[in-house]
Design a protein around this ligand. Structure first.
Ligand SMILES: C=CC1=C(C)c2cc3[nH]c(cc4nc(cc5[nH]c(cc1n2)c(C)c5CCC(=O)O)C(CCC(=O)O)=C4C)c(C)c3C=C
Ligand SMILES: [Fe+2]
Ligand SMILES: [Fe+2]
Length: 347
């Protein structure tokens, strides 16, 4: 515990099931996929689709996947977010808590805990642990935290850190966490980001006429980019590749973790795992910069499933670069993001 403080930090991540038991996985998937910013269909349609089709069909397979990556202390996502919390608290010397968009601890539980331990609390800086803006990740986390804060009338001010996809400290931390893995010979580096439905990109286009409409939209300057996930991951990738001096022909971007039959943004990571060996890219490095902490989507979908698919398609070697987790350069970077926001509070 740190001394009583009038400012605190909350790290907000996605959340995981409470355990790998099928009923807990079902409960988690229901809460997650009934979020109107994730499956954005009208309520009745969403209810029928999620409760009647997706969750019953998916829960057992998801539970098996979680079992294969679960640690003794719990879900890797939660355990690693807690480790990040401790490291950041050590760096900032003010209270740092964690909260989850789905499951536990919820924003209300975290706000209550902070109020109990720090009754004079005036400012809370919330960091959604998503470098890039997407309706289904950053936006839902930020809006949900604001809604709980407003509805339960907490007396402190809640300030939310912006997506940090091009912040020099995040870029530098990504580059430093990747650098040791680039020392060994490789043919190709794949930046694999969590995907989103292509429709979400158009829906989030504040100009109404830019995303997926203008040729090479992500490279053409536009107001739409403040909420364009594909633009933001492109910028992250180009900045990291430049900092590491990786030639353009040695890297590419792809999108993983599709759900349902709708068109998602392309190219698809799972397709590339099957195609790259035939293009002579047989020694593959994969990095997942949309996740700051390792989770099901990196540890199982990429490191296990992806590796199997790549090797059985003719690949020779497959290395997944771990997420930044508690890398000291990332902890410093996150501390700086918080400090910048705290200084903005007092101006
Ligand atoms: C990087 C940010 C994320 C975006 C954007 C995102 C969009 C999105 N996700 C789903 C469906 C699922 N995602 C699942 C797991 C999962 N997703 C993220 C992050 C983003 N999702 C993380 C960090 C995780 C891992 C959670 C963990 O406990 O480790 C899952 C659950 C697992 C499974 O059954 O595969 C689903 C389902 C949609 C539909 C979507 C955008 C519309
Ligand atoms: Fe997801
Ligand atoms: Fe775009």
């Amino acid at each position: 515990m740190v001394a009583k403080s009038d400012t605190a930090i909350i790290l907000m991540n996605l959340g995981s099931p409470d355990s790998t038991a099928v009923p807990d996985v079902k409960k988690y998937l229901l809460e997650f996929l009934m979020d109107k910013r994730v499956i954005d269909y009208p309520w009745l349609m969403r209810k029928l689709l999620v409760g009647g089709v997706i969750v019953p069909k998916r829960a057992e397979r998801s539970a098996e996947a979680y079992k294969s990556i679960w640690w003794e202390e719990g879900s890797p996502l939660i355990v690693l977010t807690k480790q990040l919390q401790k490291a950041l608290q050590h760096d900032l010397e003010i209270p740092v808590e964690i909260t989850m968009r789905y499951g536990t601890p919820s924003p209300a539980e975290t706000f209550d805990k902070l109020m109990k331990e720090h009754p004079g609390l005036k400012d809370v800086i919330l960091v959604p642990l998503y470098p890039h803006y997407a309706m289904s990740s950053y936006e839902t986390a930020a809006e949900y935290a604001k809604e709980i804060h407003r509805k339960k009338r907490y007396p402190f001010e809640l300030r939310i850190v912006d997506p940090f996809y091009k912040h020099p400290d995040y870029i530098h931390a990504m580059a430093e966490s990747m650098r040791p893995y680039l020392e060994k010979e490789y043919d190709h580096l794949l930046f694999s980001y969590h995907g989103i439905p292509a429709r979400h990109l158009r829906k989030g286009d504040v100009t109404g006429g830019h995303c997926l409409k203008v040729n090479d939209c992500c490279h053409v300057d536009s107001k739409a980019h403040s909420q364009c996930y594909r633009h933001q991951v492109t910028v992250t990738t180009e900045l990291v590749a430049r900092e590491l001096g990786i030639p353009r022909e040695k890297w590419s971007i792809s999108f993983q973790s599709r759900l349902g039959r709708e068109e998602w943004i392309r190219p698809y990571t799972d397709h590339l795992f099957q195609e790259l060996p035939a293009q002579g890219k047989k020694k593959l490095l994969v990095v997942c910069p949309a996740f700051v902490s390792d989770c099901l989507e990196t540890l199982e979908e990429i490191a296990v499933e992806g590796k199997h698919s790549f090797i059985s398609s003719g690949g020779d070697s497959f290395v997944m670069i771990p997420c930044m987790n508690t890398h000291p350069v990332w902890v410093k970077a996150l501390g700086n993001l918080c400090r910048e926001k705290m200084e903005a509070v007092t101006v």
